[in-house]
Design a protein around this ligand. Structure first.
Ligand SMILES: *Cc1c(COP(=O)(O)O)cnc(C)c1O
Length: 708
């Protein structure tokens, strides 16, 4: 039994299978929670004998055996979809590059949206049977843990992850030995070892600079995600891109497609060109064309500051030796990373490199496509906007990972048999209208109570940790009320996300919160970047509302937003609020997770919501207009937010029939689920990438992705 449990724990497949999660939890529910839901850490506290005893006490044998059998079957079969749709990729898989992967909260190598998207992408690729390997970095301190001090000020803490508690092992090369890649720079060599993590059928390879032969400083290079200065950044990107390609070579993998997510890993293209030149005797120009043919580039950021730029010295120090082998001058190399190759004042932009070295580029929502084409139009000055070769594939979420277990059981009872294998089909989701409205509401209400219990537990623990009085700790156990309309807001505290919008008129907010018949309550969560003072001030303002009698017990801030906190929130809230400054939200995915569990989105028409909202599947703030004047935009959007809340959201929620059911609200929940769940699923997204990007790129076809 012990070996079978270990085998289950060592493939992250378990993380999207409720029956396996429940099994681990049952072994020791308290430790399970304390250990961040990490099964390897949990099992390490058991001897095989004690596990045997516990399994027989709880009659777990057949559940363990069944889960183990399912995993074995899963990894050994190729699903029908993959067999019929991604044939030519078979021997030449997609190499999916990202600098963060959010697969599960117990594997902290992600910070936010991009990481979770990458995690969801590889889970769906696994499920569909798309031949794909993933490449990223291993950060042994990951991203920071967030705590608020007694004044509500964000403190960052970096913890060392115990490698032995993660489901990874050294990746072995074709010679059977652990792989180390080497990258020469003008100032010395950089080494990285390579870990392998299994995510269902997909192998995730993570490069790690913590090796003995590196200098003490370089051993720390991959310690933290988004830590350090520009020099740390370029060195990390060198390891991920150039090192990533070398790791694949050592593994004996010849990719048919390189899929670069953000410019972060775009150095990979230059190394791929070098290999073509060396292996096939191509010229630099021919190698460049050849690599571009096989490269897919996805940009996720409409904010100019979000694109990495490096100066000439940093580029020459780190790319110099590679440049020598490519046989090009510093000026030529700099030119590839510039919009205007001859412009000496321009720095080297990783996104420009990615766009130039890929024949297929895409944004991550329809609106983001327009914004991106306009943003990079000067790369193609002779073309009109519609002819800029950047298309879009809208993001989606991995349904099995984000659908609450209780909700899944409800769907199981009504949906056609085997529906989990057909989640990308619209018809399947039409069945939602056959569910008894009372039952759907009851399931939602149960999940909402679980969220409130989670929030109370977390917040009373936060109070204790800060050294607050026993009274304060105790009263945190009684905050929030399941019968009140509950709004969730959780995301990075970046300025454009405008977390304080609902607080722009405090009297108005107080009136909404304290309405005697139809009150609202809110749960906030989110981290501010360690250097972002205004973001931290915003968090402080929200966190300290609990000292204001008008908001005490009704507005809560849950610390340390991560996949686990996100899961609780999107499973239990009534309304998911998103009010970014349009058009700066490239896509957003948290609202898509909320859809699956019946929460209604209340959002600015930005990112995915601009194409998802149909008038009856949630709520829109504003009409999608933009103004040049930011302050004007902000004040109009705030006014519209208050209007929609008080005229549409709140009345609909509290409009009850004689059974106490909000019939019209439940109808809207059903509209939301049926119209959005399949469309904004990662299965649909990955299928789109296969059809519109991977297959043409693997075949070396030169057609461009359609813009529409
Ligand atoms: C889904 C998710 C995100 C992305 O959410 P947005 O909608 O882009 O704000 C960020 N962080 C975590 C932990 C998530 O699970």
């Amino acid at each position: 039994m012990y070996e079978k449990c270990v085998a289950l724990a060592r493939n992250l497949w378990w993380s999207w299978h409720a029956e396996v999660i429940n099994l681990f939890r049952d072994l020791d529910p308290i430790r399970w929670r304390q250990l961040d839901h990490n099964p390897i850490a949990l099992l390490s506290e058991f001897t095989p004998e004690r596990l045997e005893m516990r399994a027989s006490e709880l009659v777990l044998y057949s559940r363990i055996n069944q889960a183990y059998r399912r995993l074995k079957e899963y990894v050994s079969e190729v699903p029908a979809w993959g067999r019929t749709h991604s044939g030519v990729l078979g021997s030449k898989p997609v190499a999916y590059f990202s600098l963060e992967f959010g697969v599960h909260e117990s594997v902290p190598v992600y910070s936010g949206g991009l990481g979770v998207l990458s995690g969801d992408h590889i889970k769906s690729a696994s499920g569909l049977g798309v031949p794909l390997v993933a490449i990223g970095l291993f950060y042994d301190q990951g991203y920071f843990k967030q705590h608020l001090d007694i004044n509500g000020w964000q403190r960052e803490e970096y913890l060392d992850t115990k490698v032995e508690n993660l489901p990874m092992e050294p990746a072995l090369g074709t010679d059977g030995k652990p792989i180390t890649v080497r990258i020469d720079t003008r100032t010395g060599k950089l080494l990285a070892k390579v870990w392998r993590m299994r995510v269902g059928r997909v192998n995730l390879y993570l490069l790690d600079c913590d090796v003995l032969s590196n200098s003490p400083e370089d051993r720390e290079l991959t310690a933290r995600l988004y830590g350090g200065d520009n020099r740390t950044r370029i060195r990390q990107e060198l390891v991920a891109g150039v090192g990533g390609i070398r790791a694949l070579r050592a593994l004996g993998i010849t990719p048919g497609v390189y899929h670069l997510n953000e410019g972060h890993s775009a150095f990979a293209t230059l190394e791929a060109v070098r290999m073509r030149m060396k292996d096939d005797g191509m010229s630099f120009d021919a190698g460049l064309r050849e690599v571009a043919q096989h490269t897919v580039f996805t940009t996720h950021t409409p904010v100019p500051a979000g694109h990495d730029r490096f100066d000439r010295n940093l580029i020459e120090e780190h790319l110099g030796p590679l440049r020598d082998e490519l046989g090009i001058s510093t000026e030529q190399l700099m030119g590839i990373g510039r919009v205007e190759p001859q412009n000496e004042h321009e720095t080297f932009c990783m996104t420009v490199l990615g766009l130039k070295l890929s024949r297929r580029a895409n944004a991550v929502s329809n609106l983001h496509g327009h914004v991106t084409r306009r943003m990079w139009a000067h790369l193609w000055p002779w073309r009109v906007e519609e002819e800029i070769p950047i298309g879009h594939i809208t993001n989606g979420v991995h349904i099995q990972s984000w659908l609450a277990w209780q909700m899944q059981q409800l769907y199981d009872r009504y949906f056609p048999a085997g529906w989990m294998g057909r989640m990308g089909e619209p018809d399947v989701w039409q069945t939602i209208y056959e569910i008894d409205p009372g039952e759907l509401w009851e399931t939602h209400y149960a999940l909402k109570n679980l969220l409130l219990a989670f929030a109370r537990r977390r917040i009373s623990r936060q109070c204790r940790r800060r050294g607050e009085s026993d009274e304060a700790v105790e009263s945190a156990r009684n905050i929030l009320d399941p019968n009140i309309l509950t709004i969730g807001f959780a995301r990075r505290f970046a300025t454009y996300k405008r977390a304080a919008m609902i607080m722009s008129d405090m009297d108005r907010l107080a009136a909404l919160v304290n309405d005697p018949q139809r009150p609202i309550q809110m749960i906030f969560a989110g981290k501010a970047h360690p250097a972002d003072e205004p973001g931290k001030q915003l968090i402080q303002r929200i966190a300290n509302l609990r000292h204001d009698p008008r908001f005490a017990g009704r507005i809560a801030f849950v610390e340390d937003y991560d996949i686990n906190v996100c899961r609780h929130l999107i499973e239990g809230v009534d309304v998911w609020l998103n009010n970014p400054r349009r058009p700066l939200e490239a896509s957003g995915t948290s609202g898509q997770k909320a859809v699956l569990n019946g929460a209604l989105n209340l959002s600015i028409l930005d990112g995915w919501w601009a194409e998802a909202y149909n008038g009856s599947n949630g709520f829109a703030i504003g009409k999608g207009r933009q103004h040049v004047d930011e302050r004007l935009t902000d004040s109009r959007d705030a006014a519209e937010l208050y209007r929609v809340l008080s005229e549409e959201v709140i009345p609909l929620y509290y409009d009850r029939d004689i059974d106490g059911l909000p019939r019209h609200w439940i109808r809207r929940m059903m509209n939301s689920i049926s119209s959005l769940a399949w469309r904004f699923s990662a299965d649909r997204m990955v299928a789109d990438y296969v059809r519109h990007a991977y297959l043409p790129a693997a075949g070396g076809l030169s057609c461009e992705m359609s813009v529409r």
